[in-house]
Each structure stands twice: as C-alpha cells, then as structure tokens.
Design a protein. Sequence first.
Length: 555
Amino acid sequence: MLLFVALSVIALLLWQAWQQDYGPKPPPRTTAEQPAGQPAAAGGDVPSADVPSAEVPSGAPPSRAASRGEDVPGAGASAPTMSGATVRVVTDVLDLEIATLGGDIVAARLLQYPISLEPPLEPFPLLKTGDEVFIAQSGLLGDGVAAPDHHASFSAEATEYRLAAGGDELSVPLTWTGPDGTVVEKVYTLRRDSYVIEVEHRVRNNGAAEWKGRQYRQLQRSRPTDQSYWTGYSYTGAVYYSPETKYEKSDFDDIAQTPLSANYANGWVAMIQHYFLAAWIPNPDQVNHFYTKALSGGRYLIGMVSPDLSIAPGASEVLRTRLYVGPKLQSRLPEVAPNLELTVDFGLLTVISQPLFWLLEWIHKLVGNWGWAIVILTLLIKLAFYKLSETSYRSMANMRKMQPRIQALRDRYGDDKQRLNQAMMEIYKKEKINPLGGCLPILVQIPVFIALYWVLLESVELRQAPFMLWLNDLSVKDPYYVLPILMGASMFFQQRLNPAPPDPVQAKVMMMLPFVFTVMFLWFPAGLVLYWLVNNIISIAQQWYITHRIEKMAH
C-alpha cells in the first residue's frame, strides 16, 4: 500500500508538471463579474474600479464584515496606465521606478539578487509592468473633498534619486495640488541596507472647509506566467495576517470567487512568490479595512483602507504606512512586522521547519558554505534518529536472514497464499521478528524529512548559494546531472542491502524505483538532491554496519 501511494504521488506530480508545460492554457480573464448575491461596490465619482471605495473602519474592535464582497473595488477596471514620467530611485539594495501618474511603484529590481549567475548579472525584477503586472499602489480617498488616488498626476522635483555614498537615508517627494488649494505631498523614504519603504501622505488643508479622507494601499498583480514547476512548487498569491485570523492565504481563484472584506487591527497584507514578497504594513493598533478583488485582464488586488482623518482648514496632518519589497530573509522579516516571517511558506510542518532552518543557519555561520551546512545538518539528523534507524535496520537484517526459510516455504506451498502467509507468520512469531519493524521507525522520521525538504526549497538564503566544483547554485538543478545520478545509484545500492519483497511483482517494482526517482530528481534543486544523496550514503553505512554485526553474531 505504501508503495502504491508513493507511485501514485509521483505520477500525479509528473502529470501536473506536464500539464503546466504542455497542457492547454486557460483563456485570459476579460471581465471580472460581481459574485452572485453581493451588492456592487459604491462607485460614486471614483475614476476607476481598481480604486477602493471601502467604508471607513470603525474604532470598535475589528470584526468580520457581514457580507463578503461589499466595500471592495468594483468590476470592470481598466489595465494599469503607465503613461507619463517615471522617477528612478536607487539605493544599495533597491532600484525603483515610481510613476508620476498616481505615484505608484511600478518597478522594483533587487540589486543583490540577480536573475541568474550567468553574465550579464541582471537584478531580479520583483515589481514590474508589461505582460505580467505586479505593482504597489497607494493613495487617498476623500469624503466629499478632492484627494489624490493612484490615478492622480503628481509632480516631482527630479527624475532620479540615488542614495549618496556614506548616506543612510533617501527621501523622494511627489506633490499634488487640489482644486481648492489643498496640497498633498507623497514622500517615499528609503534607508541603507533596508527593503522597507516608508510612505507618507502629508496633507496641508489650504481650503476653507474641513478635509476628511483616508489612506489606502494595495498590491495589484496578474497571474505569473514564468513559474516553473521543477524549480519548486511554491505558493504564489495573496496572503494576509491579523491576530484574529492568523496567517491566511487567498489565492487568485479565492479572490475571484469570495472576495475578502473585513476590519482588522495589527495586521498586514502581502503578495508572495518563491523567495520574494511585497507587503503593506500599517501603523500598529490601527484598525484597517482589508479587501481583495478580481479585476479585468486577469489582475487581482489585496489591500487595506485606514480610518478617516479630519483636518481643519489651515492645518496639516501626515498619514503613514510602510511597504516591504524584497527577499524572504527570515532574520529580518520579524523585525518588519509581527509574524511576517510566516510568508516563508514551510506549509503544515512550519513548527518543525523553523527550528531546522535555525540549525542550518547556525551551521552555515560556522562553516561559511551552505552545501557543507546541508551535509552536516543531514549527519546531525541521522545521529538524532540513530536508535530508530538501528531498530529499522536490525529488523531488515533479521528479515534478510530469514530469506532462505521464506523461499523454502514459497517453494513448498506454491500458489496457496493463505497457507504460505500462515507459515510465514509462525516463523516471525517464533523468531520474534516484526515484519513492520523496518517501516515504523522510518515513518516516524518522515515529517522531519518533509520539513527539511521545505526548508531547502523555500529559504532564499540558499538561492544562488555555491557549494563546490561545478555546483555554483544550490537552488537550481545540477547542470551536469551528477548529483541525481549518484543519488539514484546510492538508492539502488541501498535496496540491495534490504531483503527482497516476497512477491516477484513487488520486487520488480522496487527495482524500478531508483530509476524513477533519478529521473524525477534530475530537475530538483541541487541542494535537495545533495541532502538525499548524503542521507542515502549515511543510511547505507549504518545499514551495512548493523547487518554485518548481526550476521557476525549469527555465525
């Protein structure tokens, strides 16, 4: 049964990979329909449906909205307009482009994370426009007064800003003036060695009446088109966090079918992908309205709207928020916002994966090489489970010792399966051998192995990390397939140490597994294959030693 399940999972993974590469592609979304039974968003004088029209969150304790889908951007939004000038902003870690139309961040390149190690080294484009859209938007919503949303035109003092050598802070101001003379200055502040961008809307009410409005911030992106299965099956989509909901995912289909509409405090929203994320983080203890929405053209929103702010004539106020655009660095994310490190998606086994990563990172600090850190961590895990492994290999060795007697029973009873099984159980009982003794200890270790798999797959710290010789990037496949072939050979050799299955058909299937796993591992990241190879080698050494000792004691 275990073998059947394993082969079924492998077949499913291969089919999914084939469908992603060669299967029919879904038609692009041309309209975003309002879910049945839900009221349309209040449009008013909002210029586009990708501008939120959420109700002001009350100061009461946050609660789930009674009707999902209300108070979120309406359907039928036009594609993001990128006409007009852009302002380039460069620090030591970020290269941004800010559109003067709306003041959106329409491009963000991560200078310390090249796309690949092949020259020329081009920075990874996290935020971008074009065939694939991923942008960070923010603006103000006025309550009966003029306010600049992300379709308003801003003016900039310069077309390029760079962090000065020796400087620690860089400010980029954009200015909008309303028809009543109200001035809004949208200021981006960036700091050295930081992926956190502070965003301020400085409102100076020069009108004769009270200005009342609120700040919104949202992430807009389309479905990714260049995600490869073989580089790792990693979640891409919207996520949000609050003390009430904890960490929640809302993939693109969820956004289209059941839009989010709720009020929360002390939370954040994000769009994540393999290794990288963009997240809006509001002020602490501020109640915000969280929303998601599917737009036309296959684009999706997740965002927040702040409480109302009133500004008397002649007065000024500042609405603040923060944006994180960068890698999922597990040492930095907790400092940015509570539980932002959960965006490093270790899955259901996070409680095991996080300590494993901490140990792997600690080893890396000692040896200075992620490849050797994986080798040492694998050795430590095998040592921790040595007693369980010893029980398993001892059971296998005893089963191997019984093979001549089992074969004699098979020859005697032929096709009489019932009598053969009864005779085999009598031998096991007499010799005090548990047929499942070799499986149960391994099953106990499976959660740890799976947790370590996700650590090696999800940790951006291992991205483009070199090991030795030709292995200069542990996050991609071995270019010469040496590690997968060695892994398959070690798996085949390990099988030779195990007792052969009593059923000839099972024996043939087991002989196929090393070949099947070798083919599957050809496209796996080298760090994962290295782990399995080292694990197999240590297992072979343990199994050979225990088997040799038992056979020596028998003689």
